[in-house]
Design a protein around this ligand. Structure first.
Ligand code: ADE
Length: 244
């Protein structure tokens, strides 16, 4: 059964279903066409109760920006969840959330259903967050204009892990941070490494040759070289990953 993802947003058009739209290109687009995943963006504004379809208001205590009101969002969540009997994992995209990493992506990819809340303005009234108790997720230590791009990043990362989405089961696992080694012979510290460099034709380009070992046909030597490059890169670029 296809994983179901609902996105609650005041900009549902960002999740357009036309070919070429962000999520309808490349792997997510193919995954959707193949029936591995479906997603539906719903406008929180449709759940506003006043005649201006207001979803936000000025913050109590003053200050800049607007705050998303409790009731429209709450009603949107409850109504959306009722569209499918499977329980939805609620996620609110916010810079205050837990950092999204591959481990969390793997956990989310195992869920039958996700419900993503994309906030805007200065944030969401804290009481509706307390009431809904979503997992709060950040895609990085920077501030976006809204949660929509964060939701797309999360959706893309999750979709590529769904069964049957990538032709070669291994290619997801062998990317940076992948866990292929954990399943095989190598031991845990190699689980979360950056990717090795990749090469294709021609064998020489602008005086730069492809490393000999990759042309050797010696699979053990190639695997060893790749692992060494991964360790080297991770040591140079992201020593924090090795410390974890
Ligand atoms: N909304 C605004 N900034 C964000 C971030 N860094 N991650 C997730 N959602 C956000």
């Amino acid at each position: 059964m296809a994983m179901r993802i609902d996105i609650l947003t005041t900009f549902p058009e960002m999740f357009g279903a036309e070919p070429g739209c962000a999520l309808n290109s490349s792997i997510p687009g193919r995954a959707r066409a193949a029936g591995a995943v479906e997603w539906h963006a719903r406008n929180i504004r449709d759940f506003a109760t006043d005649k201006h379809q207001k979803t936000d208001d000025r913050p109590f205590g003053g200050g800049p920006g607007m705050v998303m009101m409790c009731q429209p969002l709450y009603d949107a969540v409850i109504a959306t969840e009722a569209l499918d009997p499977r329980p939805a994992r609620r996620i609110y995209l916010t810079p205050q959330g837990v950092p999204l990493d591959q481990k969390l992506v793997e956990q989310l990819a195992a869920e039958p259903r996700l419900l993503l809340i994309a906030g805007h303005y200065e944030g969401i009234d804290e009481r509706v967050i307390e009431q809904l108790a979503p997992l709060e997720v950040s895609i990085g230590d920077f501030v976006l204009s809204g949660g929509e791009l964060g939701a797309m990043v999360l959706i893309d990362a999750v979709i590529r892990l769904l069964p049957g989405v990538l032709g070669d089961d291994d290619s997801a696992r062998q990317d940076s941070f992948g866990v292929a080694e954990a399943a095989g012979k190598l031991k845990p510290p190699v689980e979360r490494l950056l990717d090795c460099p990749h090469y294709t034709k021609p064998r020489e380009w602008m005086g730069r040759a492809v490393p000999d070992v990759l042309l050797s046909g010696n699979h053990a030597a190639i695997a060893k070289w790749r692992l060494e490059r991964r360790i080297e890169r991770t040591t140079q670029r992201r020593p924090d990953l090795l410390e974890q």
